[in-house]
Ligand binder design. Structure first.
Ligand code: ADP
Ligand code: MG
Length: 249
């Protein structure tokens, strides 16, 4: 059987800030339907990688292809429209609007309906918004304003908003930061379900190694901007270079 084209092909990606080589010649693939973890100590270059993948930071060199199409040089809005979603920027939701209205907003913008009558449009997209909220376990709270939600619930709504754009790839930079332990495990379980049920490709970072080893199908390790290891949880756990990186710094 011919190998399926990866969702994202990252080749020789580099970025320097002044004298700091934040990301140094990094190459890897994100396969379709894969939950891939990007780990490494603080300052390893993980967020810089995410920021280059979604167009927020311009790479110095390298290539990022989405199903064959080059993304480097495109704007974040263009990359989002092409199906690379990024979750967990807290500004993504409007606190005075309800959960369902927030999800309806992304459905409207995806169909370029932003200038139509808001109430009518929210009503028209309600079923689809509820289906997305159901996916993330938030349908019961559809009519509450986002401003009153707990932090963990707000992150679920943001995930529903990202899914409203029908992404092929989802980038999650520390999605569980600031969450209680139980919420962290639930959110990563949810991400794993989206990968298996919807065939989404997810790249995420996470500090809690138990969560990484428990959920990621494959793991990539960065250290000082460079990719130093790639493999399954079992392979990464016993990799001497990885152990040295985590214990020696
Ligand atoms: P991580 O997300 O793995 O903790 P980052 O990608 O945030 O790492 O940072 C990688 C390196 O690049 C660090 O040394 C950090 O100080 C530096 N860096 C990140 N963003 C900037 C920036 N906007 N300006 C200057 N240096 C930066
Ligand atoms: Mg970071």
């Amino acid at each position: 059987r011919a190998a399926e084209q990866p969702s994202l092909s990252i080749r020789n990606l580099s970025k320097a800030f002044g004298g700091v080589q934040a990301v140094n010649d990094v190459s890897f693939d994100l396969a379709k339907g894969e939950l891939l973890a990007l780990i490494g100590p603080n300052g390893a270059g993980k967020s810089t990688c995410f920021n280059m993948l979604n167009g927020q930071i311009r790479a110095d060199s390298g290539s990022v292809r989405l199903a064959g199409e080059e993304l480097i040089g495109r704007s974040p809005a263009d990359i989002w429209r092409r199906g690379v979603g990024r979750t967990f920027q807290i500004t993504a939701t409007f606190p005075s609007m309800t959960v369902a209205e927030n999800v309806a907003m992304v459905l409207m913008s995806q169909r370029r309906e932003l200038f139509s009558l808001f109430r009518t449009a929210v009503h028209r997209h309600r079923d689809k918004a509820l289906a997305l909220l159901d996916l993330v376990g938030m349908a019961a709270q559809a009519d509450r304003p986002c401003g009153v939600l707990s932090y963990g619930d707000l992150k679920r709504v943001e995930l529903a908003v990202a899914l409203g754009n029908e992404p092929r790839v989802l980038l999650m930079d520390e999605p569980t930061a600031g969450m209680a332990p139980r919420e962290r495990i639930e959110l990563m379980g949810l991400a794993a379900r989206l990968v298996s049920d919807l065939g989404l490709s997810v790249l995420f970072t996470e500090h809690d190694m138990d969560i990484v080893f428990g959920h990621a199908g494959r793991i990539i390790v960065l250290s000082r901007g460079a990719l130093i290891a790639e493999g399954t949880a079992q392979e990464i756990r016993s990799n001497p270079l990885v152990l040295k990186t985590y214990l020696g710094e």
